[in-house]
Design a binder for this molecule. Structure first.
Ligand SMILES: Cc1cc2nc3c(=O)[nH]c(=O)nc-3n(C[C@H](O)[C@H](O)[C@H](O)COP(=O)(O)OP(=O)(O)OC[C@H]3O[C@@H](n4cnc5c(N)ncnc54)[C@H](O)[C@@H]3O)c2cc1C
Length: 478
């Protein structure tokens, strides 16, 4: 039942590449960021090879809710604290990205349910904060409208911001319909990159490239770049329901753990209940989404449940550009803060222009070396990482596998050794190493998804230790 609504009729992944190869430009990662970057570069005549570990679009992109929205929680009031210009530039980058989708969809006649829609951000608790966001949006040039107290989604709100002409679509139909003017190699996971000589290594292949773009979600190269200090991963849950209701607009609530709502065909998609990956606080995420659905829409039937994580930066703006200051041949596109539909497009256009030696006004905004990539929350992040990286790995578990309840998982003592153990409903044990393969942080069991999640950088593994999502590049040892 845990499968996204974008149940696209996937072709089987292509065979992996074996042997040696020389390429012009390699994009690593076949999610929306990698595919759009490859497309934009190839449109300018650049010879691109896209390498994907498994199957195109099967990562976070397959699990998105696909709002294309300039309205993004309380981001503009945060950005305005730094400078009104930064907030205005960010607004423009998102607006232009939606326009660019519309241009591409129309140019290639892609049938992907692209629909322009109004978007609402509403509050039930803090009207002052909403007013501050409204002011920040207006100062950024957004055609926002303020709506006083009203009932939205059967909820009595204190007020809402309306932003017209946002959009939503089916991301997999779009990506599948996008012309592939570049080479695609699936089933080829890059395990190591020789940054100096620009050589990529998979299990069976050695690929030399003039340029490399890392579009793997969380970047897979730790040094140089140190991206693991510049961001973390946040997990969200989603359901699709069938009800008698139809939504004409997209909605976002304003509280922490708030929800988003949109229509897709005859389903309503509801998402949210975010938490930092590897730090889940309860096992009722899907039940809570269904309770919220019942409050707003009455009787409904859940047709899909799914979840995934995405990279979050400390100032809410992506990291796109040169991977490290001293290298012109290595680039990155990441850190979309759960707004990857617009930001992947904006970032792909930035990389296209950097590589073509053309000025792009959003380049400084997205630069991985801008001042605000690390802020006050950097210290909190560093402290909690130290706890999960150093203190927890040397602590002794307080329980043994015998004490695990059926259908539960924990870090326990198994035959006197610390292990990640899931006990299934028949009492069978599934045992893996307790430390993540990335930087050896201690994993945490997520009972909502039945996965082992890393609290440091968000790698995820199934109960058999198989890698679901990086930055780790290998399965867990058993
Ligand atoms: C539940 C949820 C809802 C969301 N809703 C929205 C929304 O409504 N609107 C919005 O704008 N954004 C939304 N987002 C965010 C958006 O979906 C993401 O930002 C976006 O999909 C990320 O795309 P990506 O290409 O960076 O990553 P991915 O889609 O994860 O692609 C990365 C690819 O790299 C591959 N890869 C990884 N490691 C390697 C390797 N070593 N070698 C080769 N390939 C590798 C992976 O297999 C994967 O295919 C949502 C996110 C979540 C989690």
């Amino acid at each position: 039942m845990q499968h996204s609504i974008w149940n696209y009729n996937y072709k089987a992944a292509g065979a992996g590449f074996k042997g040696e190869k020389k390429c012009d430009t390699v994009v690593v990662g076949g999610g929306i960021a990698g595919v759009l970057t490859a497309y934009q570069l190839a449109e300018k005549g650049i010879n691109v090879t896209l390498l994907e570990a498994e199957r195109l679009y099967a990562g976070t992109t397959h699990n998105t809710t696909a709002h294309m929205d300039c309205l993004q929680g309380y981001l503009y009031c945060d950005l305005s604290k730094e400078s009104v210009q930064k907030a205005a530039l960010y607004y423009e980058s998102q607006r232009d990205a939606i326009d660019e989708y519309e241009r591409i969809i129309s140019k290639h006649g892609i049938s992907c349910h692209f629909t322009r829609s109004d978007s609402f951000l509403f509050t039930t608790k803090n009207i002052e904060k909403l007013m501050t966001e409204y002011d920040a949006l207006k100062a950024s040039g957004a055609p926002a409208e303020f709506i006083g107290a009203s009932t939205l989604l059967k909820v009595h709100t204190l007020g809402a911001i309306k932003l017209p002409r946002q959009a939503h679509f089916n991301p997999l139909e779009f990506l599948e319909g996008l012309p592939k003017n570049f080479e695609i190699i699936e089933n080829t996971r890059i395990l190591k990159v020789d940054v100096k000589d620009r050589i990529l290594y998979s299990k069976d292949a050695v690929i030399k490239a003039d340029r490399i773009i890392i579009a793997t979600g969380f970047p897979i190269i730790d040094v140089p770049g140190f991206y693991f200090l510049k961001m973390y991963k946040s997990h969200s849950y989603t359901i699709a329901i069938k009800t008698a209701h139809t939504l004409e607009a997209m909605y976002q609530g304003d509280l922490q753990n708030s929800l988003t709502y949109r229509q897709y065909e005859d389903n309503i998609i509801i998402g949210g209940l975010d938490h930092r990956s590897g730090r889940v606080d309860e096992d009722r995420k899907y039940d809570r989404l269904e309770e919220k659905a019942a409050e707003s829409f009455g009787a409904s039937k859940t047709t899909h449940r799914w979840s995934a994580n995405d990279c979050v930066t400390f100032d809410g703006v992506p990291l796109v550009g040169a991977y490290n200051k001293n290298d012109n041949g290595l680039y990155v596109i990441t850190g979309f803060n759960k707004w990857g539909m617009t930001n992947a497009m904006a970032g792909a256009c930035v990389l296209r222009d950097i590589i073509n030696g053309k000025k792009n006004k959003f380049q400084p905004l997205f630069s991985p070396f801008r001042k605000k990539t690390q802020t006050g929350s950097f210290l909190n992040n560093a402290l909690s990482t130290v706890n999960n990286l150093i203190i927890k790995p040397i602590s002794v578990p307080s329980i043994t596998d015998a004490e695990l309840l059926p259908d539960s998982g924990d870090i326990v003592l198994h035959n006197g050794r610390k292990k990640a153990v899931y006990k299934d409903s028949d009492g069978e044990l599934h045992i893996c190493e307790a430390l993540c393969k990335h930087l050896k942080c201690q994993l945490q069991f997520n009972p909502n998804t039945k996965t082992w999640d890393c609290p440091c950088h968000g790698s995820r593994f199934d109960i058999h230790g198989k890698l679901i999502v990086g930055p780790a590049t290998e399965d867990l040892d058993l």
